[in-house]
Write a protein that binds this ligand. Sequence first.
Ligand SMILES: Cc1cc2nc3c(=O)[nH]c(=O)nc-3n(C[C@H](O)[C@H](O)[C@H](O)COP(=O)(O)OP(=O)(O)OC[C@H]3O[C@@H](n4cnc5c(N)ncnc54)[C@H](O)[C@@H]3O)c2cc1C
Length: 311
Amino acid sequence: MSYDLIIIGAGPGGLTAGIYARTRMMITLILDAGEVGGQLVSLYPDKAIQNYPGFERIQARKLSDKLYAQVESMECEIKDREKVMEINDGKEELIIVTNKSTYHAHSVIVATGMGMFKPKKMGAKGEDEFEGKGVCYILPPKEDLIGKKVVVFGGGNSAIEMALIADAVTNTTIVHRRNEFRCDESNTMALKKSNINAVMGADLVSVNGDGRVRSVTLKQGDRTFDVEADVVLILIGISADLDDLKRWNLELTENGLIKVDYAMRTSRNGIFACGDAVDYEGKYKQITTACGEAATAANSAYKFVKKPYWA
Ligand SMILES: Cc1cc2nc3c(=O)[nH]c(=O)nc-3n(C[C@H](O)[C@H](O)[C@H](O)COP(=O)(O)OP(=O)(O)OC[C@H]3O[C@@H](n4cnc5c(N)ncnc54)[C@H](O)[C@@H]3O)c2cc1C
């Protein structure tokens, strides 16, 4: 059997592409190497998203669940924990090889986001030793934080938003190596109104403990001091693993992301792309932009496969 469309990645981009493809009744399969939902479930499931139109606030996991339910209700086939390894050219079709199987499709949308991303590490003494024993890179469930001292490292939106979630239930400190945060103004305001203790212009020297994290040592100018901690949350960014894109022989920009034209076409015939995996001047990595590009990519795939008279 040959699918009309195979979508690689089930983040908000891939799921939206599935919704649009099914409105065109394209026989569609979505494959994801991990869990359906992409970054929303793997990086910030508890975060309240405030900039997805139509919802004043919606928990990331709930938004992902809604997208999943919508695409499933449209009878789009979805397989999780199946990683795409190769996209080969066949005779008037593409052959998609995963770690489990081989599929045939007339078109492909690459919606792999930041790939199989990993959180960036600070490289401080004790960080590796206490990973999983207090040092973490994803905010633990709120219930597990009650009564604990949380120290968050980072100065971007993610660090501040996670610190705000933790602050709702426990004593929280945020440490940033610069003197100003790099975040949305609404987050700076929320931080000012919160009880979070902000330590600016400070570096992490070491994570200390005795089988579990007990404190962190910070250096601020000439001063070195300890802050008590049970949980050390490090949110200084993610390292994208974009090796798949190179292997798939797609033309990439200097940032290592997929070059697309205005119709979300890639350099390979029949392969389209959307979301965090693509790059162009002015690209803004957000859920809404991923969804918008997904609608265009699905429409382009439809025109490519079905060749309607009006296209
Ligand atoms: C901490 C944090 C907070 C954020 N907050 C917001 C916010 O409030 N509002 C907002 O609009 N945006 C926010 N963003 C950005 C937003 O999450 C991304 O822009 C969005 O998730 C991009 O969607 P995507 O579908 O392109 O990729 P992703 O969500 O990254 O999904 C890609 C999927 O592809 C899968 N995949 C990768 N490689 C393969 C492969 N070879 N085979 C099969 N599957 C594969 C992955 O497993 C993943 O599930 C935030 C990001 C972070 C890190």
